[in-house]
Design a protein around this ligand. Structure first.
Ligand code: BG6
Length: 479
């Protein structure tokens, strides 16, 4: 056992999931079709294909997730047994507005989350809620082109307002868009679709479209922050950034400069949402590329007035870049960067495992954005083996989490960063977002189901369940 540091009193010890990866019940209670409901299963190296409707004979893993919709009481009881004081999930937009543009919300969907939040409070578990986690109503994509249209800004802010009004007494912590910055590379088909609901035509410049859509999401997010605060000034409404720090491969000045540009490119999203304005370098970049982002003075005022209350972020891995004379302008394209870090190992899915990078990231964000932070995802996707007696000895996951937590604790105890909580991904096994696989497991709780949705859905405790219980009981000291 590793000796860690006690975290501050009231530190939130949680676990995280997202509605579309866990709930299933895709047609229950009047729910509409989301983009996740027509996304086929893929696997490691095989992208998921988005259909424009549900096709016979295809596998859509988000239709069942892990049946959290019908199992949530049993699951929350297990979270409580671990001692969790927080739980992060998302509200499936299509349960509340099945098509996204209705005048009136769907009462059965609203009621589901009333009950879910009440169940959490029964065990003194604080809900932490993401409004949009890769699950936009499919209709908004087909009818308006997602955040390619200002109409969808109105649909999102209406959805946000409905949720804030209904749940503000039950939910204090909110985030607007999950991993909003995970659309800065062109990987067919889904990063732009998952985040912004964009499907591009063959002549579209993906990068210009991405900047335009992200801008409208910034406006939508900042409006939501203002609406939420007007409804209840006690609400804490954060942004949510996928943070994987980028290092220069060497001390060569060009590598360092390129690295800085890559970090700027990946994390300008946080600059806009936390600081309320676009950085100067980006305006120059757009001018150089001839992009028209369509920013109005009114948009700028909204973004300035609706900055995030805290920075929520996911942390899984770090990346490395190396300058090349082929790219003298030092423009960063994550999809083309396959520079490996010789100092860190990789997971079975090729993710570079770097606990120290978490401490580095917390310090980087604290110095740049000056906001409280919350780790809302951190975890290890791995194949788990069930033993004959039903146990799962996931010591690799325990090691990953303990190593990362220790670094987060150092950032708090030794560096003084303001960290509100830790919500590992995932509280329970769920369907992978990038591959649609079930076998890429992250949870403390094993769910008996396979990639085709076959299984008993029975829940069982992994070794990491007992490990996390002891971490929470010691407030972070016993890792
Ligand atoms: C983040 C997402 O990208 O990483 C989650 O916010 C996702 O939805 C998680 O599940 C892990 O990624 P994956 O693709 O392994 O499920």
């Amino acid at each position: 056992m590793t000796k860690g540091y006690k975290m501050p009193k009231d530190f939130l010890w949680g676990g995280a999931i997202a509605a579309h990866q866990a709930e299933g019940g895709w047609q229950e209670g009047g729910k509409g079709l989301s983009i996740a409901d027509t996304m086929r299963a893929g696997e490691n190296g095989v992208p998921r294909i988005e259909d424009d409707k549900v096709l016979d004979g295809q596998i859509y893993p988000n239709h069942w997730g892990v049946e959290f919709y019908s199992h949530y009481k049993e699951d929350i009881k297990l979270f409580a047994e671990m001692g969790m004081t927080a739980f992060r999930t998302s509200i499936a937009w299509t349960r509340i507005y099945p098509n996204g543009d209705e005048a009136v919300p769907n009462e059965a969907g609203l009621k589901f989350y009333d009950d879910l939040f009440a169940e959490l409070h029964k065990y003194n578990i604080e809900p932490i809620v993401t409004l949009s986690h890769f699950e936009m109503p499919l209709h908004l994509v087909k009818a308006y082109g997602g955040f390619g249209s200002r109409k969808v800004v109105d649909c999102f802010t209406k959805f946000a307002e409905t949720c804030f009004r209904r749940y503000h007494n039950q939910v204090k912590y909110w985030m607007t868009f999950n991993e909003i910055n995970n659309q800065t590379s062109w990987r067919d088909p889904h990063p732009l679709l998952q985040n912004s609901g964009l499907i591009l035509g063959k002549d579209d410049n993906w990068e210009e479209k991405m900047f335009q859509a992200a801008h409208l999401e910034f406006v939508a997010s900042a409006q939501a922050v203002q609406i939420g605060h007007a409804i209840d000034p006690g609400l804490q409404i954060g942004d949510m950034i996928a943070f994987n720090p980028i290092y220069p491969l060497t001390a060569r000045p060009e590598d360092v400069m390129y690295c800085q540009r890559a970090m700027n490119y990946r994390y300008y999203f946080g600059d806009v949402m936390a600081l309320g304005e676009y950085p100067a370098w980006l305006k120059k970049y757009w001018a150089k590329k001839g992009y028209d982002i369509g920013i109005t003075p009114a948009d700028e005022a909204i973004i300035k007035a609706g900055t995030a209350d805290f920075v929520g972020f996911s942390y899984y891995n770090s990346a490395v870049v190396k300058y090349s004379d082929d790219n003298p302008d030092m423009d960063f394209d994550e999809a083309k960067n396959d520079t490996k870090n010789p100092y860190v190992p990789r997971s079975d899915w090729g993710w570079q495992i770097d606990p120290v990078g978490l401490r580095y990231s917390l310090n980087w964000m604290a110095a740049r954005w000056h906001k409280p932070m919350m780790i809302v995802e951190n975890g290890f996707g791995a194949f788990d083996k069930v033993e004959a007696d039903g146990s799962v000895h996931d010591d690799y996951r325990i090691k990953y989490l303990a190593d990362h937590l220790l670094q987060a604790e150092k950032a708090v105890a030794e560096d003084g960063v303001d960290l509100l909580g830790y919500c590992p991904w995932s509280a329970i096994d769920i369907v992978s977002a990038s591959t649609g696989e079930m076998k890429k497991r992250y949870g403390f709780i094993y769910v008996d189901a396979d990639d085709q949705g076959h299984g008993s859905w029975k829940r069982s405790r992994k070794d990491s369940f007992n490990w996390y219980k002891q971490v929470i009981a010691s407030n972070g000291e016993d890792l």
